[in-house]
Design a protein around this ligand. Sequence first.
Ligand code: GTP
Length: 302
Amino acid sequence: MSTRCGFVALIGEPNAGKSTLLNAMVGAKVSIVTHKVQTTRARIRGVALEGESQIVFVDTPGLFRPRRRLDRAMVAAAWGGAADADIVVLLIEAHRGLTEGVKAILEALKERGSGQTVALAINKIDRVKSETLLALTKEMNEAYPFVETYLISAEKGYGVDDLREWLAGALPEGPWLYPEDQLSDLPMRMIAAEMTREKLTLRLHQELPYQLTVETENWEERKDGSARIDQVIYVARDGHKGIVLGKGGETIKAVSQAARAELEEFLDRKVHLFLQVKVRPNWLEEAERYSEMGLDFKDGNS
Ligand SMILES: Nc1nc2c(ncn2[C@@H]2O[C@H](COP(=O)(O)OP(=O)(O)OP(=O)(O)O)[C@@H](O)[C@H]2O)c(=O)[nH]1
């Protein structure tokens, strides 16, 4: 049987239950602790395994604030990473129904056109009567052509397995992005990479090259209790390398110090952090999709 792998963007108003659903679908084993980082890009929230499928959940921070008018530019900006997801799941609350915020999201989905697979998950069904659910399902499907509708309770676990199984089967065929043996320390590797990326963002502000990713290449636990972490900062062009390094290497040095300090605090032990900057000129074609997601794309995994 061939493997499947792809990205799923969970969207919805604040409080819809995205985190709860994610935890229910991913489980503790490979769920990723979210680290408060201000980036506009979508980030990996977790990876779920279901049969032969690997479901990579992405997050779109700051997406779709309710009660705020969405103009075209905002919609475009907000979509960022979600636009590249294979499947979008809109999560709404059963007892609140089709709110203004949800309407704004539907408008944004329509703006995107019909190229994307969008499913609906009506959450918190434990809070309403079944007649309400039937009416809401109808109303929602009249408002937007969802490919599927799931009635779930993320908290109680109702319908969650069905949704995950459907997602697993609906993703495109392809190799797994993360080999199984890498999954256990994936969260830590990604958090560490996020920390370095955050320091780069703080340091470079607007100068930050658009196409930039940080990958944790190696993680070694040392006998003395410290950790050696090797990371590569990939940029798309030679000119970007200089920006990241800074004059006399001062930018990269400051970034490295700040990231190491944070890692040491987070891990509660000594850390040796080694940063390298590399140019990956043709990565736009090979990894645009992955880099957009803030993924640690590795050559050869595609
Ligand atoms: N009754 C009920 N409550 C739920 C259910 N799922 C989530 N909740 C509750 O809804 C609240 C919001 O859940 P979160 O998972 O934090 O929502 P979120 O969408 O991640 O919220 P933001 O991070 O603000 O975007 C929490 O208090 C959950 O316990 C459900 O199925 N039933």
